[in-house]
Design a protein around this ligand. Structure first.
Ligand code: CTP
Length: 397
């Protein structure tokens, strides 16, 4: 459990985005956190207390005047490791900025000295208003972390201006980073992660590629970000949404991937090559679309660059390098040969033929192979595999 036993207060103020706070509460609870939800009066008009009680398994706090709760606002402000407010409406921001303490949530915020994270959400003009901007500046100045708002559709229609709450899954990653970052050795470390397939053109419309979806690399990027790392994700073509807070450089061919890795590796503390670069390309891609012919077509393939091999000389002495070995048969000896040849600290062996492992699934069953040991892990989510990989490399950075 990633957030086992961590204490989080989730403040929910009354905007329509508060229906998404249910997902935040649930994800945090699933990750092992103890989540105390505080609803403002308006939030409780949108989503009622029992919903959050069922999702978190804990009582929901709404009124300062409930019997037996006279000091709860002070205890929560003191004991929570993080107070997160999502959504934070314009009204909540204004009350918090002015130091008003007229309900449970604002009282906790005023009594709070530890970290606070807020995810504003409101109509785009309300967000752009000078009053809201000044309030936010004040709160930033107070040391509060502000996540979003994002640009996108609002309840009242499409918008091209900020106002929409950042998606719940992204807020959860930011909350995790706020909780785990301060104690992780990966905090502030630059980690370059490659993900996804590459594409080698046959002609302007056809490509040679593979079944990689990028999920393993994206899970690693998210997990490293959640530990406070400064993550650069170099991604081949995928349909995945860029993870929160992470710089993504899109690439297409293996050569593009190699150039970007070569450029960023000298300043990196760790490199994780989760990409599945194409090992071959067509020797002479056609300039125009190849027409259908009667009979067979013979194409000559030539090897692409081995990115890990080609960038060896640019690796700083202390960099930690992780590769993946996709084998059909799960051969540890072959994986260890790759580890040695590509000068890696760790190679993650996965068997393409194993059910639930490899491409196009959310789970993976891997063996973590180093020069001295090989640790098989059970079938687990790709995010859980990512945590295991980071646990192994964190002490090395
Ligand atoms: N890799 C690379 N450049 C390539 C191909 C792979 O840097 N052109 C990296 C992968 O990202 C992975 C590791 O090398 O981290 C091993 O990849 P894998 O496909 O298992 O091995 P290959 O070196 O391609 O060897 P083979 O295909 O013969 O198994």
């Amino acid at each position: 459990m990633i957030l086992a036993g961590r204490r989080v207060v989730l403040g929910v103020s009354g905007g329509i985005a508060c229906y998404k706070s249910c997902t935040i509460a649930r994800r945090l609870t699933e990750a092992g956190a103890a989540v105390d939800v505080i609803l403002t009066h308006s939030a409780a008009e949108f989503v009622r207390g029992p919903t959050f009680e069922a999702l978190t398994g804990r009582p929901v706090l709404q009124s300062l005047w409930e019997p037996g709760r006279a000091l709860d606002h002070i205890h929560l402000a003191r004991d929570a490791e993080l107070v997160a407010v999502a959504p934070a409406t314009a009204n909540l921001l204004a009350r918090a900025a002015q130091g008003l303490a007229d309900d449970f949530l604002t009282t906790v915020l005023l009594a709070r000295t530890g970290p606070v994270l807020i995810a504003p959400a409101m109509n785009d003009r309300m967000f752009a208003h000078d009053a809201t901007q000044r309030n936010l500046d004040m709160l930033r100045h107070r040391g509060w972390q502000v996540v979003g708002p994002a640009i996108g559709d609002l309840a009242e229609g499409p918008s091209e201006l900020p106002g929409r709450m950042v998606e719940p899954e992204e807020i959860v990653v930011h909350i995790e980073r706020a909780l785990r970052g301060p104690t992780s050795r990966l905090r502030g470390k630059k980690i370059v992660i490659s993900a996804g397939p590459t594409r080698e053109p046959l002609d302007p419309v056809r490509v040679l590629t593979n079944r990689s979806t990028g999920r393993m690399g994206y899970a690693l990027a998210e997990a490293a970000f959640a530990r406070g790392a400064d993550v650069l994700l170099v991604s081949g073509p995928t349909s995945l949404r860029p993870p929160a807070g992470i710089t993504v450089i899109p690439v297409s061919s293996t050569e593009d991937l190699c150039n970007i890795i070569a450029q960023h590796i000298p300043s990196a503390d760790a490199l994780i090559m989760a990409a599945a670069p194409s090992d071959f390309r067509i020797d002479q891609p056609a300039g125009g679309k190849r027409p259908r012919i009667n009979g067979s077509l013979t194409l000559t393939l030539e090897p692409t660059v081995d990115v890990l091999g080609a960038t060896l000389s640019r690796r700083p002495a202390k960099i930690v390098c992780v590769g993946f070995a996709l084998e059909t048969g799960g051969d540890v000896t072959r994986a260890r040969e790759k580890l040695r040849a590509k000068r890696l600290d760790l190679i993650v062996l996965n068997d393409a033929m194993e059910p639930g492992a490899g491409f196009e699934v959310d789970t993976n069953r891997v063996t973590l192979v180093t020069a001295t040991d090989a640790v098989p892990l059970p079938l687990m989510s790709k995010r859980a595999v990512a945590e295991q990989i980071l646990d192994r490399i964190e002490p090395l950075t």
